[in-house]
Ligand binder design. Structure first.
Ligand code: SF4
Length: 702
């Protein structure tokens, strides 16, 4: 007889509750769990991919070693011995910084990796730490750290109670929220409109979310900071400030006022391409709303002024009194709270990258520097790379450069379930058990969810015989390394399970819930709506908000210097599909079926100007490379802007992802530029890249 298993989907930030029906080790059905307090029965098509990942014949389950160009299975013991020996060898030959680490996006969604990878990687004492955080979210953390004292103190739009949701560069109907976990966003958006509220989307593309919104405003990519600064200036100069009790514990209004007074609505209109009357109306709508939540996401983060833009989004929420207000934006209170336990400290510029001298932030360097740090000879050069759950060849700007640079490494290890475009360069691959074979508790996204809840999911199926969990890999490898270095294993060689670690973390929480209660609640525990909690929740020692951090004020000079400047050709922006999850779920048959999604969107006027017909193949060129892709003519696009999805380009030799290879597509990151970066936060500027279009004589490929 079939059995039912409840778990949290850990594929994206939304944390949807799933109800999985299974029989004899086979998944029969995946549905949304109606009793999950956060997702209320919602799920998206990607959840079905969990079955495909579990059954995927291409998924690796044993360590592989490259011997004379051929992959051979080896034992875990041999693999650990070799990797630990190489770490020691590189350290002795070149120093600790010669070993670099890259952690990809799924790292943060995997409980075992979250709990055990950092202690291991930190033990390497390298300054060359890179993660997917510097591809699309450092600006959020940077603004939060400077303003509120902790990178994870990100205010979350309270859309279940708001009257106005203003979205800059985000597409929550497709992402299900990002830096804001919001499953079932479609119903929540509808509820805003049904109670007389309004949704406004500001984006260079009329996205799926924009189509359902009350208003959509086209804006030139990378120009959000101008619009935000102009609205902030308008609020202050027109005497429309209404920040109420926030004034009692907020510093910096005078400095802010002086710094943005040159950004008029007229000036912002020239820079953004948004008409003056539209900006004025937007400013008035924000000022007049009883409860408003201003939110920005990927389009705002992945640009040259991401840090400034996210700071100004926070500024607007504060100036209008919407920070820490029901129906505005609020901080979360997770049961396992990383914020409350950490002490205020400097997290910026404690070291710099070797080649371009970019400052570190939260312990990592911008991933846009990774290729040059491998290529450039000299002391501190990267000689060995360890990747965990990542495919940076497809996911970082100028991925083609990294693809070549990886060949220059002396040694590479990938902790990954697939032989992908990056791990194919490795000398050893260590594949962990994954998905429904693992237990889960979300350690990060409860900090960013629109409702407080707590949920533990046990593993559904046993891992394959002889396989290892990620938490076993990091602890066992750490023990072998420690034994080789000091003669002793860590904690006497004891391996801790995630459950043992979690029960300790849950010991003191504001809700007084026990780990046993969480374990016994298959649908999760509802811990209630987000609530106002300032100034107590602030992490700055003085418990005050800094409205005008010096680093951000100074960066306004860079914004000012960028005025009236543009490149040649079209600006290229990214695009996401509900069935895509970056690059790593492209081997799911369920998710890959349907028409080709790797297409280039172009406005009808631009297509006419270029003489392009719908579905025609076009060559797209940038400073760094060239791809051939079919165009799709669409009035979704702002004139002068093109959009292309990321995560494609599975056309490299030596990868083992059969389904993905059938729909290989091309990589947008063969066009994006690693030299274009938000110089303040170190975030890659995917959306500030100029490309040119060239006719191609080939037939359409779909
Ligand atoms: S939105 Fe989809 S991928 Fe994300 S958690 Fe929910 S079901 Fe999983």
């Amino acid at each position: 007889m079939s059995e039912t298993h409840y778990r949290t989907c850990n594929l994206c930030e939304a944390m949807c509750g799933l109800k999985i029906t299974h029989l004899n080790g086979k998944i029969e059905k995946i549905e949304g769990d109606k009793e999950d307090p956060l997702s209320r029965g919602h799920l998206c098509p990607k959840a079905y991919g969990l079955k495909d990942i579990y059954e995927d014949p291409d998924r690796l389950k044993r360590p592989l070693k490259k011997i004379n160009g051929n992959w051979q299975e080896i034992s875990w013991e041999l693999a650990y011995e070799e990797v630990a020996s190489k770490i020691i060898e590189m350290n002795m030959k070149y120093g600790a910084d010669s070993i670099a680490v890259y952690q990809g996006n799924p790292s943060i969604h995997n409980l075992g990796t979250m709990l055990t990878s950092q202690p291991f990687f930190r033990s390497l004492k390298t300054k060359n730490m890179y993660t997917a955080t510097s591809t699309d979210q450092l600006p959020h953390h940077f603004a939060s750290w400077l303003m509120y004292g902790h990178p994870l103190l990100v205010p979350i739009p309270d859309i279940d109670n708001t009257d106005l949701w203003v979205i800059f560069g985000g597409n929550p109907l497709v992402s299900n929220g990002s830096m804001m976990s919001v499953p079932d966003v479609a119903h929540r958006m509808k509820a805003i409109q049904e109670r007389g509220g309004k949704i406004i989307v500001i984006d260079p593309r009329k996205t799926e979310t924009a189509l359902k919104a009350d208003q959509h405003i086209f804006i030139k990519p990378g120009k959000d900071a101008w619009l935000l600064a102009a609205i902030a200036n308008y609020i202050i100069s027109e005497g429309k400030l209404k920040w109420g009790s926030l004034a009692d514990f907020t510093d910096g209004l005078d400095e802010l006022t002086a710094a943005i007074k040159y950004v008029s609505i007229a000036k912002a209109s020239i820079e953004t391409g948004v008409r003056e009357d539209v900006i004025l109306a937007l400013a008035e709508t924000i000022c007049q709303a009883e409860k408003a939540a201003i939110y920005g996401r990927v389009g705002v983060s992945t640009q040259s002024f991401g840090g400034l833009s996210h700071w100004l989004i926070n500024v607007l929420n504060i100036l209008t009194g919407n920070l820490d207000k029901v129906g505005g934006v609020l901080f979360t209170t997770p049961a396992i709270d990383s914020i409350g336990r950490s002490k205020p400290r400097n997290r910026f510029n404690r070291w710099q990258s070797r080649v371009r001298k970019f400052p570190e932030f939260i312990g990592e360097l911008p991933v846009a520097c990774l290729s040059e740090e491998i290529e450039t000879d000299g002391p501190g050069q990267i000689k060995m790379l360890m990747t965990s759950c990542g495919n940076p060849v497809l996911s970082i700007t100028n991925g083609g450069r990294l693809d070549k640079a990886l060949e220059k490494l002396e040694y590479m290890v990938s902790i990954d379930i697939y032989m992908n475009e990056t791990s194919r360069h490795a000398d050893i691959i260590l594949p962990p058990a994954t998905g429904v074979e693992t237990s889960h508790y979300d350690l990060t996204f409860h900090h960013l969810a629109i409702r407080n809840s707590s949920k533990y999911s046990p593993a559904l199926f046993e891992k394959t015989e002889g396989a290892r969990y990620d938490w076993e890999i990091f602890q066992e490898l750490g023990n072998v390394l420690s034994r080789k270095v000091s003669g002793e294993e860590i904690n006497g060689g004891k391996i801790f399970t995630p459950e043992q670690m979690l029960s300790r973390s849950m010991a003191a929480n504001t809700y007084c819930i026990t780990w046993e209660q969480v374990m016994e609640s298959p649908h999760g525990l509802d811990l209630g709506a987000l609530k106002p909690q300032l100034p107590g929740r602030l992490s700055h020692e003085n418990k005050r908000i800094n409205l005008a951090p010096e680093l951000l004020l100074n960066d306004l000079n860079r914004l000012q210097a960028s005025a009236n400047k543009s490149g040649e050709g079209y600006l290229l922006i990214g695009k996401r599909h509900l069935r895509d999850n970056n690059s790593w779920m492209h081997n799911s048959e369920q998710l890959q079926k349907g028409k080709n999604r790797c297409i280039l969107l172009i406005n009808p006027k631009d297509a006419k100007k270029e003489g392009l017909a719908d579905k025609e193949v076009v060559r797209v060129k940038s400073r760094v490379g060239e791809v051939k892709i079919n165009v799709e003519i669409s009035d979704e696009m702002m004139p002068g802007v093109l959009a292309m999805p990321h995560g494609y380009g599975h056309n490299k030799k030596g990868i083992k992802m059969e389904v993905a290879q059938k729909n290989a597509g091309v990589s947008v990151n063969d066009l994006t530029d690693d030299l274009v970066i938000d110089e303040l936060t170190g975030n890659s500027a995917f959306s500030n890249v100029y490309v040119t279009l060239h006719k191609n004589s080939e037939q359409a490929i779909f």
